[in-house]
Design a protein around this ligand. Structure first.
Ligand code: NAP
Ligand code: ZN
Length: 361
């Protein structure tokens, strides 16, 4: 039977969210249905509700949320790895072709046919219906895209790992940063940046945080054990940091010039873009050629890698510092996110802030 669901949705590109009732499909043999407990607010949610990206146009009503954790309430008859009562997580992907070379290599995020985003997409592999994310009471997901949340992690602070965590972990692994010993820089100490700094320390790298917010310095140095903190709006500090870094992960969500940051890289240094500003970035050829620098990009992570990252976090007790909010606060949270005013991820306490009449039974 289809299930009644309640959540918050955006209805137009003003991005203002309001309560919304809808139904989820019934649990098929390969599906898991779970009660959402917490959902992180990724800056992508803000880009999407505001229809910032022409490459991923918005469909309304849009229920955002792709950092979703909860407790399983029902499993289809073919589900083997989850049972009612288990902790479960869902990130950015809820389906893919499963047949192409990339899917077979567990790189569903680069599926050659199409992978299905957790929200603002159509699930062409199930029923063609619009997908709705985790700012809602219930979710239904095929077992293949469900993740195990290690018991060692607090459920609320584990939510941001499902997008912010894996989005930085994946390129860090791809470029073998886990071998340690390198000088690592992260631009932007938001949700992704915080997780990148955590992994960089766990991998044994020296960290430079490059930020527009001097107010984040103390925490970066003490809680994240950053070796250096550079205020990017201070030309003297930027000059002093020139040619000091082997890798940079750029998490900036807004328009910016890469030329401001490229001089920080040493010869053969690499800057990996994970932030998704809506407009193209400026890059001077001279800044690349002068020290054989590379610019790369990376999109979230596959399901197997997301599980590997979660297990790594469980083992090393890594999770995000969060600000827990009721679902009715989402519009204020978005206003603060624009101003980089969150340390370091808003997480919605979905279960506790759902009105009693809409709670799943
Ligand atoms: P966030 O929490 O808002 O963090 C972004 C940080 O960038 C801010 O906290 C701020 O840090 C810095 N920043 C903001 N405006 C800036 C500007 N004009 N110049 C320089 N720095 C600025 O956002 P997030 O959730 O981490 O997401 C970051 C970006 O990654 C978004 O564009 C999001 O869509 C994208 N994303 C991409 C993927 C992927 O697969 N590639 C996955 C998830 C998210 P300071 O205060 O330290 O300066
Ligand atoms: Zn995200």
């Amino acid at each position: 039977m289809a299930r009644e669901c309640w959540g918050y949705a955006a209805f137009d590109h003003s991005g203002t969210m309001k309560p919304f009732r809808f139904t989820r499909r019934k649990c098929r043999s390969e599906d898991i249905c779970f009660e959402v407990k917490y959902c992180g607010i990724c800056h992508t949610d803000l880009h999407q509700i505001k229809d910032d990206w022409k490459e991923l146009p918005a469909t309304y009503p849009m229920v955002p949320g792709h950092e979703v954790v909860g407790i399983v309430c029902e499993v289809g008859r073919d589900v083997k790895t989850f049972k009612p009562g288990d902790r479960i997580g869902v990130g950015c992907i809820v389906n893919s072709c499963g047949q192409c070379d990339h899917c077979k290599r567990h790189l569903e995020q680069y599926c050659e046919r199409k992978f299905v985003w957790t929200y603002n997409d159509k699930d062409i592999y199930v029923d063609g219906n619009i997908t709705y994310g985790g700012y809602s009471t219930l979710m239904v997901v095929p077992e293949r895209y469900a993740l195990k949340i290690p018991e060692a992690l607090p459920l609320d602070a584990a939510a941001p790992l499902l997008c912010a965590g894996v989005t930085v972990y994946s390129p860090m692994k791809h470029y073998e940063m886990e071998k340690g010993g390198k000088n690592f820089g992260v631009i932007g100490l938001g949700g992704l940046g915080f997780m990148a700094a955590k992994f960089a320390k766990a991998f044994g790298m020296r960290i430079t945080v490059i930020s527009t917010s001097p107010s984040k310095e103390q925490e970066a140095r003490h809680a994240l054990h950053a070796d250096h903190f550079v205020v990017s709006t201070d030309p003297k500090q930027m000059k002093a940091a020139e040619k000091s870094l082997d890798f940079i992960i750029d998490t900036v969500s807004a328009e910016h010039s890469m030329d401001q940051y490229l001089p920080l890289l040493r010869t053969n240094g690499k800057i990996i873009l994970v932030g998704i500003p809506s407009k193209p970035l400026e890059v001077s050829a001279f800044n690349l050629h002068a020290a054989r620098r590379c610019v790369g990009g990376s999109l979230i992570g596959g399901i197997r890698e997301t599980q590997e990252m979660l297990d790594f976090c469980g083992k090393h007790h890594i999770f995000c510092k969060i600000e827990l909010i009721p679902i009715g606060y989402v519009n204020e949270a978005m206003v603060r996110l624009v101003k980089s005013d969150v340390k370091y991820r808003f997480v919605i306490d979905v279960a506790a802030s759902t009105p009693p009449e809409f709670r799943p039974n």
